[in-house]
Design a protein around this ligand. Structure first.
Ligand code: KG4
Ligand code: ZN
Length: 339
């Protein structure tokens, strides 16, 4: 292994529908390329077979581009980090196989990364002010978790969704409203141009402990829209922005209320959010408001590092590199992979 203080890690993320490659120099991100697959939009969700095929097409140009932007040669790399899971198996296989080949060809270590841990670690990109212990509410397309973060290396889930994730609640609600995939950013955009009043009050589920549930909300919204459309065919069209605002408000209030409960229960004063839904500005503002209310410090990753990206994989790889925590070449991806 090369012994120097200039550690360059190339990270590969291919767990869902974004092919992303990033390079870190020590704990700084020096390139982060994300190639998003537009093909899924018309299907209202990610089509696994199409996703893995697109990763195959994208991976080589995205790797070349990441090296070019970072202005380094591949011979300078110290290790290859990749997302092992959780995610779509066919998609993960493309990143995993490519990472193995590259590590073998360059004769440098291979490092496996858990995608959900990496979302938490995204908070540490360009931010040296976070201290431990930390609570992180990670909200992505497939997961909703409250994570007790003892250190970069020690994380434990203390609450999670029992059914749908909050990201799915956004995406499925958007689909019911005839909006494209992914629905979260579109709902946010529509909510922003509404009159910002909660015209429709959707119910908040009563779930014990620190767990979440979003499937009841989804069913309620679906029934409500169906009933209103029977009375007025133009119901969605006439009330789209207000519907988006009300849906956004309820999904975020469910998240915030559980987070408040977790903060009170653990008495942890450093609180972060992560994952695709953390790029929602309304959510970020609501979290910020907790600082004064609960006398805590809050953090959210830069927007480009909230949604799926390889910078968080490369940085996670860097921390594992410091511990010489490497993977063997026969490692396999895992569609279900708990923190
Ligand atoms: O973390 P992520 O990029 O991918 C997964 O690991 O799943 O999260 C994707 C999820 C999708 O459900 C998407 O609709 C949601 O994040 N999302 C948003 C916003 N941007 C992405 N939800 C609400 N508001 C946004 N601005
Ligand atoms: Zn993700």
């Amino acid at each position: 292994m090369k012994q120097n203080k200039n550690i360059f890690i190339l990270g590969i993320e291919s767990s869902c529908d974004d092919t992303s490659v990033a390079i870190t120099h020590n704990n700084k991100v020096i390139s982060n390329i994300v190639s998003s697959q537009k093909i899924h939009q018309k299907f209202g969700g990610v089509v696994p077979e199409l996703a893995s095929r697109s990763h195959q097409n994208n991976i080589i140009p995205v790797v070349s581009n990441a090296l070019k932007i970072a202005n380094i040669h591949q011979s300078q790399l110290n290790a290859i980090a990749f997302t092992r899971g959780p995610g779509l198996l066919g998609s993960l296989l493309v990143g995993t196989s490519f990472a193995k080949s590259l590590s073998l060809a360059l004769n440098i270590p291979l490092i496996d990364v858990n995608h959900m841990k990496a979302h938490v670690i995204a908070n540490f990109i360009n931010n040296d002010n976070i201290s431990f212990p930390l609570l992180c509410l990670t909200v992505s397309g497939g997961h909703t978790q409250i994570v007790f973060v003892k250190s970069i290396y020690e994380m434990e889930i203390i609450g999670e969704t029992l059914d749908d994730s909050a990201g799915e609640a956004f995406d499925k609600s958007a689909k019911m409203l005839g909006l494209k995939y992914p629905g979260g950013p579109i709902i946010e955009k529509m909510a922003n141009i509404s009159n910002k009043e909660e015209k429709y009050t959707f119910p908040e589920p009563k779930i014990d402990g620190l767990n979440f549930s979003f499937s009841g909300l989804k069913t309620h919204i679906s029934r409500f829209i169906k009933k209103e459309k029977e009375k007025n065919d133009n119901f969605i069209k006439n009330n789209l922005n207000e519907l988006c605002f009300s849906i956004q408000k309820r999904i975020i209030s469910i998240l915030i209320n559980k987070l408040i409960q977790a903060i009170k229960q653990t008495n942890i004063k450093n609180v972060a959010i992560a994952g695709g839904v953390a790029s929602n500005k309304y959510f970020r503002n609501e979290i910020k408001k907790l600082e004064k209310e609960l006398n805590i410090k809050t953090f959210s990753p830069e927007i480009q590092y909230s949604t799926d990206n390889a910078a968080m994989i490369a940085l996670s790889g860097y921390y594992k590199y410091l511990k010489k925590d490497f993977a063997k070449l026969d490692i396999e991806p895992k569609a279900r992979y708990i923190i």
